[in-house]
Design a binder for this molecule. Sequence first.
Ligand code: ATP
Ligand code: FE
Length: 335
Amino acid sequence: TYILAIESSCDDTSAAVLLNGKVLSNVVATQKIHEEYGGVVPELASRAHQQNIVPVVHMALDKANIGKKELSAIAFTSGPGLLGSLLVGTSFAKSLALGLNIPLIEVNHMQAHILAHFIEEENFDKPTFPFLAMTISGGHTQIIRVDNYFDMTVIGETIDDAVGEAFDKSAKILGLPYPGGPLIDKYAGEGDPKAFRFPKPKVDGLNFSFSGLKTSILYFTQKHTAENSAFIEENLRDICASIQYTIVNILMDKLKKASKETGIRQIAIGGGVSANSGIRNALKEAEKKYGWKTFIPKFEYTTDNAAMIGITGYLKYREKDFSEQTVTAKARFKV
Ligand code: ATP
Ligand code: FE
């Protein structure tokens, strides 16, 4: 079964070809245009998707070394995400499926961040059901109980900012370019995580909150910069390490609580922030400390990519869970 998958929910245009759940190609065109604005500009994103989608799909087919006629189905992200961006991938997928007369499969982007763990990959174990998944990305922060591929229950989520936003907004305060998450991670590796202390939010149950952290980092830098204008520059590594340490602790506290409450000790992470070395290390430690088995996706399957859309499409293909031509893009789409 050859699946062509298309992802266009935010600022990455991506296409992938999978053969029976194995990735033959996974092409990602990252839009550079947003850097100078310090965040994703929706109108520019959808315009760039329109320019990128045809060459990206061709490249994915070329790399997989197959022709359009060999495709079994087309999977695409129908949501959640930016509506204008989603519309580009949705209309492209619909017309191609119609033209080739093959099944069309809509995919929920957040389910795909989790199901990326089922990509056929050597030396990577797959979780078994039930497991807990923590989706940590630019738009979401959730803890999900996964009882089957498409039987997922959100048991905790952020009540304000997503964790990726917390990274990016903190980076912006420090004068780092967008997206700042990977840069905080980089500098954190050379700093002292206990140099500065930032308060942890008090949120009930398994929910998260990150907006207070951003405010406290802003006050912290304003206060010190007033005394020493080079404060950020001189302490960048320690500040980044301390921010990352705080964020990782917030995530791990809730994961521990979720594991305790459900009795589930298989823990998977997904989404762009699962590229973060702090959270990766904390999970590895938790394997020894709490007897967890943790699942960390391969780097290229953490941030937005079509391979994860492809594996989700393949799992739906096996169930003959196809979509009609009336399917629409949806900015909001619950798992
Ligand atoms: P969603 O999946 O919720 O729709 P999205 O698709 O925009 O959001 P992803 O591409 O999954 O988000 O993740 C992007 C986020 O991941 C950005 O906020 C980015 O800063 C963050 N990120 C990527 N790498 C790292 C890292 N090494 N450390 C911290 N954050 C990171
Ligand atoms: Fe994403």
